[in-house]
Design a protein around this ligand. Structure first.
Ligand code: NDP
Length: 390
């Protein structure tokens, strides 16, 4: 039986992964080594019971008693906290999903790179903060890293069987989010409730707001550069409101190969789960005639400065990705707490990237987790001090 673990099982990606596992036979086909979640203990316990998991871990120690109670009468082991998450990630598997949100997913992901055969990576923050470290670890342990982000899965699929040296450009599509047609003045006043309402994709709260600001696309530009070893000037973003074309690869002869499909994350998750074979998936089939038209436009750099920042991060290199991600996470926390406005998030992140102490820490590429943690701490401290002086 295939041994699997799902980190972030209770989130949007996690729930879709569990859905596919259940459709593929659940406990009768998979030996579930570990499931992890955060505060949603009822769902974690239900998933663990249904799939007969050996271990269920909540990230938060204050929820351990509740988890133990919810698992009473079963033999499922319960654990809590970051050390327990990291330990769970050392347990050998054939396939593991990394879908914790944010930099909290980095430590377990680094452990998974050494303990699983196929690492399905949704936690893009791991690649942004510690791409070189994660890839080196995967290479050392012969672990196959498969992207789960729909754009990167699309790129991966479009370049399959091609000579990587002949790829000239990667083109990531972006829906433009809920503020695609908003003015700068409207965006200045946007609230978290407005920002979370993504037009096409159903996702977790944080990535939905990151999509509205295009910080998610900025992370994806960095992720694509790391994953596919492409220089920043060879990565473009195009706005495509229908989210049907998931990304494109351009080759030296001018041909562009696009990946298309319905906007449903089970496409990319299923591709990684079934790799190297394709299996039928429960995603809606495209009917291009009824869709009628597909639109494309260049992103507006004034309203979406996050994309420019991503290219600057790649130019600067070293540990700048870790600072960028920490500043972005801290800015989002402050936006959610209504301390800063929607467009302030990019101003805050830019100011953190200009901070002399943060820059000094970012000169070296992180070699160990504690290097990333040091940058992360410094960037969050600078982000906490930031004030809008406009
Ligand atoms: P969600 O917010 O829906 O879920 C996040 C998961 O992480 C939940 O299981 C949550 O637990 C858990 N979690 C929350 N905080 C912590 C913590 N401090 N430590 C450990 N676990 C924690 O996120 P998504 O599923 O939307 O996204 C997950 C990852 O996948 C992100 O990196 C995102 O960028 C990426 N991704 C997501 C896509 C999507 O369509 N959603 C598309 C492409 C990439 P609980 O809910 O129980 O509190």
């Amino acid at each position: 039986m295939r041994r699997i673990s799902i980190f972030g099982a209770t989130g949007s990606i996690g729930v879709n992964t569990v859905d596919l596992i259940n459709r593929a036979g659940g406990a009768s086909q998979f030996s579930v080594v570990a499931l992890t979640g955060g505060a949603n203990i009822a769902l974690l316990a239900e998933q663990a019971r249904n799939l007969g998991a050996k271990l269920a871990v909540t990230a938060f120690p204050e929820h351990l008693e509740e988890l133990k109670r919810a698992l009473e009468g079963t033999e499922i082991e319960a654990a809590a906290g970051p050390d327990a998450l990291a330990e769970a990630a050392t347990r050998p598997t054939d396939w593991a999903m990394s879908a914790i949100v944010g930099v909290a997913g980095l430590r377990p992901t680094l452990e998974l790179a050494a303990s699983t055969r196929v690492l399905a990576l949704a936690n893009k923050e791991s690649l942004v903060c510690a791409g070189a470290m994660l890839q080196a670890r995967c290479a050392a342990h012969k672990t196959l890293l498969l992207p789960v982000d729909s754009e990167h899965s699309a790129l991966f699929q479009a370049m399959r069987g091609e000579d990587a040296a002949k790829i000239s450009r990667l083109i990531l599509t972006a829906s433009g989010g809920p503020f695609r047609e908003w003015t700068l003045e409207q965006m200045e006043k946007a609230t978290p409730d407005q920002a979370v309402a993504h037009p096409n994709w159903s996702m977790g709260q944080r990535i939905s707001i990151d999509s509205a600001s295009m910080f998610n696309k900025a992370l994806e530009v960095i992720e694509a550069s790391v994953l596919f070893s492409m220089p920043q000037e060879s990565i473009d973003v195009v706005i495509h409101p229908q989210s049907i074309v998931h990304s494109l690869v351009e080759f030296c002869d001018g041909a562009q190969i696009a990946h298309m499909g319905a906007p449903d994350m089970r496409g990319a998750i299923g591709f990684a789960l079934d790799w190297p074979h394709r299996q039928p998936l429960p995603v809606k089939r495209l009917d291009l005639a009824s869709i009628g038209r597909l639109d494309f436009a260049a992103p507006d750099p004034l309203r979406f400065p996050a994309l420019r920042l991503a290219h600057e991060v790649l130019e600067l290199g070293g540990g700048t990705g870790a600072a960028f991600n920490a500043a972005k996470e801290a800015a989002l926390d402050r936006f959610l707490a209504r301390e800063i406005g929607f467009l302030d998030m990019a101003r805050l992140v830019e100011s953190v990237l200009e901070n002399a102490y943060v820059q000094s820490l970012c000169r070296q590429t992180p070699r160990e987790l504690r290097d990333v943690e040091q940058i992360d701490d410094a960037a969050r401290a600078a982000a906490a001090r930031w004030k809008n002086t406009l």
